[in-house]
Design a protein around this ligand. Structure first.
Ligand SMILES: Nc1ncnc2c1ncn2[C@@H]1O[C@H](COP(=O)(O)OP(=O)(O)OP(=O)(O)O)[C@@H](O)[C@H]1O
Ligand SMILES: [Mg+2]
Length: 244
């Protein structure tokens, strides 16, 4: 394959600008995310990290500039189409888990699968159970949000993010509310997913967390600069696989 017919990046942001109130949250940001990559975004509070992540995940649209998903401009999608793209292609993980308290943990994982309406409920239920097992919280399936620790809840939230087999996982300070042991568990889970080919973009204030990614970028005042990751993980063998 020549450079000319190389496939487009999984996700590419070009010249994205976003004003929020009086702040320029994104200031002509260019960023490319390749299939299978694990990227960490760091930077001071208010520098635009969450805005960038929301833009990558299709939660927000830039005021100007482009967001290309496999070469296709997301601005062409209607709000409903963008919501469907988010549901099917993007797994979202937040600092405060955002799990629903009136559902069991298994039903929390199931919910985006039911919303997608792509698979029968029974198949989704067994997949949700498998994901919880895989994230070492299988025994909590029938429990509620109030019966699990923060680290367990974040692993349930990761299981939920995976239910529709997304191509990209975006995580906004996923360890920001966790103690160091729980943080290690969550990062171990993300590293294992990455090793299987999952593409991950993660925002963090924690240098130890950022060091687990294979590339780092830093935001300051809405602008992005390359930052060498503290460690370089070995490349995964062969082409990236989708996590099943
Ligand atoms: N809804 C909003 N209305 C007005 N200004 C906003 C809004 N959301 C974010 N901002 C501003 O946009 C800028 C970028 O915010 P953003 O939340 O992306 O930063 P961040 O890097 O994620 O910060 P933190 O590390 O504190 O989470 C900040 O100046 C913030 O005050
Ligand atoms: Mg933020």
């Amino acid at each position: 394959m020549t450079v000319l017919d190389a496939p487009p990046a999984l996700l590419q942001v070009r010249g994205a600008t976003r004003r929020l109130g009086t702040a320029t949250a994104l200031d002509h940001v260019d960023l490319s995310v390749d299939d299978g990559e694990f990227l960490a975004v760091t930077g001071p509070s208010g520098s635009g990290k969450s805005t960038l992540l929301h833009t990558l995940g299709g939660l927000e649209r830039p005021d100007s500039g482009e967001v290309l998903w496999q070469g296709e401009d997301l601005s062409r999608l209607s709000d409903a189409e963008l919501a469907r793209h988010r549901l099917l292609e993007i797994g979202l993980v937040f600092q405060q888990f955002h799990l629903l308290r009136h559902l069991t943990l298994l039903d929390n994982v199931l919910l985006p699968g039911l919303l997608a309406r792509n698979e029968p409920r029974a198949a989704l239920r067994s997949r949700a159970g498998e994901l919880l097992e895989r994230l070492d919280v299988g025994e909590l399936a029938d429990h509620g949000v109030g019966e699990a620790s923060g680290g367990q809840l974040q692993r349930v939230a990761i299981a939920r993010a995976l239910i529709n087999r997304p191509r990209l996982l975006v995580a906004d300070e996923p360890t920001g509310a966790l103690d160091s042991a729980a943080s290690d568990d969550v990062m171990g889970a993300l590293a294992a997913l990455h090793a299987e080919g999952m593409t991950i973009v993660l925002v963090t204030h924690d240098p130890g967390v950022a060091a687990r990614a294979d590339r780092g970028v830093r935001m300051v005042d809405g602008r992005l600069s390359a930052r060498a990751a503290a460690t370089t993980l070995p490349a995964t063998q062969g082409p990236p696989r989708r996590c099943s």
